[in-house]
Design a protein around this ligand. Sequence first.
Ligand code: FAD
Length: 287
Amino acid sequence: MKIIDIITGDKPSLSMEVFPPKTNDKFESVKTATEEIAKLSPSFMSVTYGAGGGTSDYTVSIAENIQKNFGVPALAHLSCITSTKERVADQLSQLKKAGIENILALRGDIPEGMTMDRLDYHYASELITEIAATGDFCIGGACYPESHPQSENSFEDIRHLKEKADCGCQFFTTQMFFDNNVLYNFIYRAREAGIKVPIVAGIMPVTNPKSIKRICAINNSLLPQRFVRIVDKFGYDSEKMKQAGIAYATEQIIDLFANGINAVHVYTMNKPDVAEAIMKNISSIIG
Ligand code: FAD
C-alpha cells in the first residue's frame, strides 16, 4: 500500500521508525525488536538506511519481512550522497523485487573530509527525480522544522524543500522536535511557500537523556525548558526517564492530532515497549 494513501485517509495515522543493526551480530535481536513493533500494527513502518553509522545492508530485508509477514506497509529509506547511479539502480530493482512500494529518498550526511565534486549525487532532489522517473514508488523526503543544520537560512531551506516536492516528493517526514509550536510555525511557512504535500510529524520519545542532548546539539533542535527540567529531574534513573519520556511524547502526539495533524511518525529507537506504551496511550484516539 502506498504511504500517500495512508496519510491522506480519514483515520489518523501513527507510524513507527526502526533501524537495521549496526553490526551483523546484532541482526537477530534487531529482527525480533522490529517484529514486536510490527505486531502492534502501526499504520506503516519505516526502516532507516545507514543512519548514525549503521549498516544499510539489511534495510530491504527488514522492510520486506515487516510487510510480507506482518502485513504492515513498509517505507524503505535510501540515501545517495556516498552512492553511485549504478548502485541506486540496483537498489531500486531490489526494492521493487521485494514488493516495497515506498521510499524515503535522502541525501544522507556528508562523511567528514568528503568533497562535493565528482559525486553522482549532491542533494536528495536528484535522487527523488531519478526515482520519480521510474514511476514505481511513492516517494517521501525529509524536512526540518528548525531548518537543516547546513542550510544558509530557514527561507533557503524551505525553498529547497519546495524543489524536492516539485521533483516528485509526495510527502515529507519531519526531523524530531520537542515543541509543537515549532512544527505549526514550520507548516505555516511551508504552505506559504507553496508546498502542498502532506507533512508527517516525527516524534522521539526520549528515554536516554545523554544521547538526546548530543543529537539535539547536532541537529540544532530546541529543547524547551519544560523538557529540560524533566530530563534534569528523572534522567538519572532509566525507568523514571522512560515513563516521563513516554508521557511527554504522548502529550505531543495528542496535541498534534487535536490541532489537525493527521500523521505522526514515532522514532522508536527499536524499543517495542516504548512503542507499545505510546500505542496504548492513544488507542482510542487512533481507533
Ligand atoms: P537535502 O534535501 O539534499 O538537503 C540537505 C541540505 O542541502 C539542506 O541544508 C538543504 O537546504 C540544502 N540543499 C538542498 N538542495 C540544495 C541545492 N540545490 N543547492 C544548495 N543547497 C541545497 N540519514 C541517513 O543516512 N539514513 C536514513 O535513513 C535517514 N533517515 C532520515 C529520516 C528523516 C525523517 C530525517 C529528517 C532525516 C534522516 N536522515 C537519514 C538524515 C539525513 O540524511 C541528513 O539530515 C542529511 O544531512 C540531509 O538529507 P536530506 O535528504 O534532507 O538532504
